[in-house]
Design a protein around this ligand. Structure first.
Ligand SMILES: [Zn+2]
Length: 510
């Protein structure tokens, strides 16, 4: 009779070393692709690559040791979740060429499921099955002895010594590492999304502080005014025929009496872009926002949105997609025309002399541009219906995006028509996008690149103004930006304040 010998349990050292090696090999091809593309060829380049590989093995080895020894089963669960996270993260990096930065984690936390489901596909499932599940099986099925605390200390000591040696050997590469820190940090797993989630949450805590109030303002004109600020989503000026695009994506606006400005966004992602549009100056601090400020100063303010990402607002008249849908059950709530549904009613029933309305669009939000406009705007065909934009036919992707711009053209023109009908108020419409969008240029898609390395597609944005006032006109300016909005709106509505900056006003007296 033979006794089946059970496999000997692994030591914690071998067990964590195996997981650490798997982490390096399975999830870091994009990192090594990045490093090899951005380092001068030769011995030093190879040296940096080898050091990176060793550093990751040692650092993960040390952290896995600590988590398992202290956490036991909880530690195993934490590690399992991190391996699944790595697989999903790698899917995003490979599919969308995104960098997993703090801003990108912000996008993840802020994306509602209806939006997130647009990202999932069969190959996301394949990433989880092939690169997420096998290490999880290993973690729970491979028996392991946790060993003594002496063993743990020894493993930590060896790791720290190895890290110190590598740091000393790379002194001459500090500058290079510093220059590439954002990109490298966003490709190292699981640190990219864990550390950057923490950084993002810290940033949020900062944003949730109560806003610093601005000095009291006074309304100094007695005209009846309405100002509509339309905030675009991922609209880049390059694809507007008003900015020289060869395709006619602005058939309606081109017939309107508008002023078109060259403009750069101050960020490449929604939360920072929207904050800048309603902020009075570039700042990390949270000051009272334009809508809150106007509302406190006696202006009637409405915020209508199908999007997200604005700083916390304190408005009575705040309507999101859900509340708009409930209010207008017959409208097509999946498209941004829902925002225009009650616009004339708001204008016609408003008692206040000063009215400020923000429409925060979601049209042109990727990657499924084709879902953001009604069928009658599908003029450029065939369109890309793939979730994985990097595998899409580029011409089809651009067709879908251009149709979304065509729809934006329609929305803006409809707003202008509506304002022009309202003869009892001076009226103004200002359209500005939160940031631009990459559509495959240099292999990049979507947006969110750090501003320092962002391509122009991600920050060259449309800035379009229409007004029917007889006392002012739009000035000629070479370039404007997000912060012009605040001061121009103040000036249009006749609101006087200490913080008003005449240089940032796009209007002048006629
Ligand atoms: Zn955005």
């Amino acid at each position: 009779m033979s006794i089946k010998r059970e496999r000997k349990p692994s030591t914690i050292t071998r067990y964590t070393l195996a997981l650490s090696l798997f982490t390096l090999v399975a999830y870091h091809i994009p990192l090594f692709r990045y490093v090899s593309a951005n380092i001068a060829p030769g011995f030093n380049g190879i040296f940096i690559m080898v050091c990176f590989a060793l550093l990751m093995i040692v650092a993960n080895f040390m952290v896995y040791n600590i988590i398992l020894y202290l956490g036991r089963v909880v530690g195993k669960i934490i590690l399992a979740i991190s391996f699944l996270g790595n697989a999903i993260c790698l899917y995003f990096i490979n599919t969308y060429e995104v960098l997993i930065t703090d801003m990108m984690m912000g996008n993840v936390f802020n994306t509602r499921f209806s939006e997130a489901s647009g990202f999932f596909s069969l190959s996301a499932v394949a990433y989880v099955l092939l690169l997420g599940i096998p290490p999880v099986i290993y973690i729970f099925l491979r028996r392991m002895e946790y060993g003594s605390w002496r063993r743990l200390l020894l493993n930590i000591g060896i790791s720290l010594a190895a890290i110190a040696i590598m740091a000393v050997c790379n002194m001459q590469n500090v500058l290079w590492i510093d220059r590439n820190a954002t990109q490298i940090g966003s490709l190292i797993m699981p640190w990219s999304y864990t550390v950057n989630s923490i950084r993002y949450q810290n940033m949020q805590n900062k944003l949730n502080r109560s806003a610093i109030p601005l000095p009291d303002a006074t309304i100094t004109s007695d005209s009846r005014d309405v100002c509509v600020l339309v905030i675009g989503e991922s609209a880049r000026s390059q694809n507007f025929s008003l900015y020289g695009y060869e395709r006619n994506t602005n058939p309606k606006l081109s017939g309107d009496d508008i002023t078109v400005y060259q403009a750069h966004s101050s960020a490449t992602y929604t939360t920072a872009g929207v904050k800048a549009i309603i902020d009075h100056k570039p700042t990390d601090e949270l000051y009272e926002t334009l809508p809150d400020y106007l509302s406190r100063s006696g202006v009637e303010v409405f915020w209508l949105t199908t999007n997200w990402g604005e700083p916390k607002l304190h408005l009575e008249n705040y309507y999101d997609q859900h509340s708009l849908q409930a209010k207008y059950p017959d409208a097509r709530a999946e498209y941004d025309e829902i925002l225009l549904e009650g616009l004339s009613e708001i204008i016609n029933t408003c008692d206040s002399d000063k009215l400020f309305i923000v429409l925060h669009l979601s049209t042109s939000h990727g990657p499924t541009y084709y879902k953001k406009y009604p069928a009658e705007f599908e003029q450029f065909t065939p369109v890309c219906t793939k979730v994985e934009v990097s595998e899409a036919d580029n011409a089809e992707l651009i067709n879908a995006y251009d149709n979304s711009i065509l729809y934006t053209d329609h929305l803006l023109h409809s707003t202008i028509e509506l304002l022009a009908e309202c003869t009892e108020r001076r009226a103004m419409m200002l359209f500005v996008s939160d940031h631009g969008e990459s559509l495959g240029e240099d292999g990049l898609y979507m947006h969110g690149m750090p501003m320092a390395v962002a391509p122009k597609e991600q920050y060259e944005i449309p800035f379009i103004v229409w007004e029917n006032s007889e006392d002012i006109e739009a000035r000629e300016l070479n370039e404007v930006g997000h912060y012009h909005v605040f001061h121009s709106v103040l000036s249009f509505l006749g609101v006087e304040s200490e913080i008003y900056d005449e240089n940032m006003n796009i209007f002048q007296k006629q």
